[in-house]
Write a protein that binds this ligand. Structure first.
Ligand code: FEO
Length: 396
């Protein structure tokens, strides 16, 4: 499959309808994904990125249907991660001397993965590649989301090729932002940002401001995953700026794991208390052992505060909560409040452990956590309700 984006640019990527996990088993992709590669034909011809290795042969076969491979003058590798570079070894078997334009860090990444001394041409921000009547300008974008990442801008057509930035893990036969369900589009774009770009928000904001200051006309943004932004393409840029500025909504998320339902009952009573404390706040509950971790991270991203609960086990906390805490620490969320809760039968360390780990993860913990023995009785349930009410009203 290939489709023409305009007179000079053709999409030559791969739609991966089956993909359910990405980055190994780390990131859920409920709606599949696509690996977008683009062929630009002017007086010179350039291929922008390839697709993930398992599809390498299919990619090269399809590309051959589109163009005689020997007519490809240049290859641009915006980012060395294998979902975009994985077909380079197969492709370069056919056209081994073709120059590969990439950043200095991408050379390290590509050599490190494929152990090949290809014809690398290192570029920096502002460097240009003439295609004849059109020109490609490179813009380094370190940490969006790897140190090697870069964008390129096609003058004349005014297209920004943004690699991972502005992408979404969506498989769709309708490859433009104005043709697909907007809730799906923004849900996946947000999940992508929350789980992949949150730790680099300061750099996202700086890079976007740098690009905006260039005052380049942008008719389209072509990311390397999901749909192309052709209708009001800057809408996703504005969203990224909003998300990069310590984004939060009026939401409190209650996350817990439970052994025999005591901590679950606490969570539910706490949630009712939150609503009593602030009827306008959105309250959501997740059992971390039974919910998708990346979906929880997205909810935390949207929240102004979380309540995190675990019963005590072996003087510690349940593993699903421990894993989530580790992941949240890596996300480096800013300006979010938190408090801990949990029930216990014997030693009861979980709330102390949770509180310490929440603080280590960068959450502001102003309220002492709530711990109850055994299962909450009427008095315990009331204590949870009151705790939730005070917590929510204190955040108003
Ligand atoms: Fe889509 Fe960082 O690779």
């Amino acid at each position: 499959m290939a489709f023409q984006i305009n007179d000079s640019v053709t999409w030559v990527g791969k739609i991966d309808w089956e993909l359910r996990k990405f980055h190994g088993e780390e990131l859920s992709t409920h709606n599949g994904s696509s690996y977008n590669a683009y062929l630009i034909r002017a007086e010179k011809t350039v291929l922008l990125d390839t697709v993930w290795g398992p599809f390498a042969k299919e990619f090269v076969d399809n590309l051959k249907q589109e163009i005689d491979l020997n007519e490809i003058d240049y290859i641009v590798s915006h980012h060395g991660e294998t979902d975009h570079s994985g077909s380079l070894p197969e492709l370069l078997k056919h056209i081994p001397n073709t120059p590969v334009y990439c950043t200095a860090n991408a050379v390290k990444s590509l050599k490190g993965q494929y152990h090949q001394d290809w014809n690398f041409q290192v570029v920096k921000s502002g460097d240009k590649l003439s295609l004849g009547s059109k020109e490609l300008t490179f813009i380094e974008a370190p940490m969006l989301h790897w140190p090697d990442s870069m964008f390129s801008y096609l003058s004349g057509d005014n297209i920004l090729f943004s690699n991972d930035a502005f992408g979404q893990h969506i498989a769709s036969e309708k490859m433009y932002n104005d043709l697909i369900d907007q809730n799906l589009l923004y849900g996946e774009a947000l999940k992508y940002y929350a789980n992949i770009l949150t730790p680099f928000s300061k750099m996202v904001e700086k890079k976007i401001n740098e690009i905006v200051a260039l005052n380049l006309p942008v008719s389209m943004i072509c990311p390397d995953h999901g749909v192309i932004w052709r209708h009001e393409p800057l809408q996703i840029v504005e969203k990224y700026l909003t998300w990069a500025r310590d984004y939060q909504e009026n939401q409190i998320t209650v996350i817990y794991d439970t052994m025999w339902n005591g901590t679950r009952r606490m969570a539910e009573a706490l949630a009712a208390g939150l609503t009593a404390g602030d009827p306008d706040v959105t309250v959501k509950l997740f059992n971390s052992a039974r919910s998708d971790r990346n979906d929880i991270i997205t909810e935390v991203f949207q929240s102004k505060a979380i309540l995190l609960g675990s019963p005590t086990i072996n003087k510690g906390i349940l593993t699903s909560v421990a894993g989530l805490l580790d992941e949240m620490k890596g996300m480096a969320f800013k300006h979010k409040q938190a408090a801990a809760f949990g029930c216990y039968g014997w030693s009861g360390e979980s709330v102390k452990v949770l509180t310490e780990k929440l603080q280590e993860a960068g959450f502001q913990v102003d309220k002492e956590g709530l711990r109850l023995t055994w299962d909450p009785d009427a008095q315990g349930t009331e204590a949870c309700h009151e705790f939730g009410k005070e917590f929510a009203s204190g955040l108003k």
